[in-house]
Design a protein around this ligand. Structure first.
Ligand SMILES: [Fe+2]
Length: 296
């Protein structure tokens, strides 16, 4: 028995549905970063009213910022509790994560981690998390919790991936078809001393969950990490996407302060470089989930 997929506005063949949905999406779309922020008293016990306020923002923008009263508390149970409150439970424990499945993003000067940009103070270009994962292991939820911010820098730019989709489709619907091709992006294998540590992954940028109709996006600007399909439409679509990531009026910018965090459906984001106060180095916890925010 086969199940009919749910009608999705992200399906390139559903023009009327897309039109209605995208008009509504852009109507009263938040403009200021403050519009995404909810103050909460205890992140480990988010109240029903706080939860509802946060969820309403997620429904609109696929992300929300919270500011709690836990500044400087290095407690991984905080992001785990926040995630759970939003139905995020299927943690992706990546190979560099700590035991709890939460990754400590801080500058590391020795060991395996030091070779990776997230563990440095360098800028990270636009991407969604886990873009190099297999189809079965896609990241749908992303949570960041700030324990300590940097002395200077470390700002995140954030862009709702549905907004990127709208700008691309409104410019040229064929761009969406190009970026939905199953062989549009290939991430080469990660090798270590001649052995394959992670196999090469090939897949689409945009995909639709057949059960829920939700949109998922895999993307990274880091060209040296991706082999793009060399058809003219794909290259044009990618070039327009780069434009969007530079000029889109719906890009938010936030520097997380101690006690603040981001709950998101793995939206597009980057990170500016930063300088630490050596006595109080920047520390962000990151949790990646195979689920989306429930109710968003
Ligand atoms: Fe990221």
């Amino acid at each position: 028995m086969s199940v009919n997929p749910v009608a999705s506005p992200f399906d390139p063949s559903k023009q009327a549905l897309y039109h209605t949905w995208s008009e509504k999406k852009l109507e009263h779309y938040p403009v200021a970063i403050e519009d995404l922020l909810v103050e909460i008293s205890n992140p480990k016990q988010i109240s029903p009213a706080e939860h509802e306020a946060m969820l309403a923002i997620c429904r609109k923008t696929n992300m929300v910022l919270y500011a709690g009263n836990t500044a400087n508390q290095a407690d991984k149970d905080i992001p785990l509790a926040v995630g759970k409150r939003f139905g995020l439970t299927q943690l992706n424990s990546n190979w560099l994560a700590d035991d709890e499945g939460v990754t400590s993003l801080t500058v590391v000067e020795e060991g395996t981690r030091q070779a990776y940009i997230p563990y440095s103070n360098r800028a990270i270009q636009w991407h969604t998390d886990g873009y190099y994962h297999s189809r079965e292991q896609q990241i749908h939820g992303l949570l960041l919790h700030c324990v300590q911010n940097a002395a200077t820098g470390g700002e995140n730019a954030l862009l709702d991936h549905e907004i990127a989709y709208i700008f691309l489709r409104n410019k040229n619907p064929a761009y969406i078809q190009a970026l939905m091709q199953n062989d549009v992006m290939t991430i080469p294998a990660r090798m270590n001393e001649g052995k394959v540590e992670r196999a090469a992954q090939t897949g689409p940028v945009f995909s639709i969950n057949p059960t829920t109709g939700h949109l998922h996006m895999r993307y990274s600007v880091r060209n040296q990490h991706i082999i793009w399909k060399q058809d003219p439409l794909t290259l044009e679509a990618l070039s327009y996407l780069s434009d969007i990531l530079e000029n889109c009026p719906h890009i938010f910018r936030a520097t997380l302060q101690p006690g603040m965090g981001l709950v998101s459906n793995n939206v597009l984001h980057d990170r500016a470089n930063f300088e630490d106060d050596k006595a109080k180095p920047r520390l962000l916890y990151r949790a990646r989930y195979f689920d989306r925010i429930v109710g968003s």
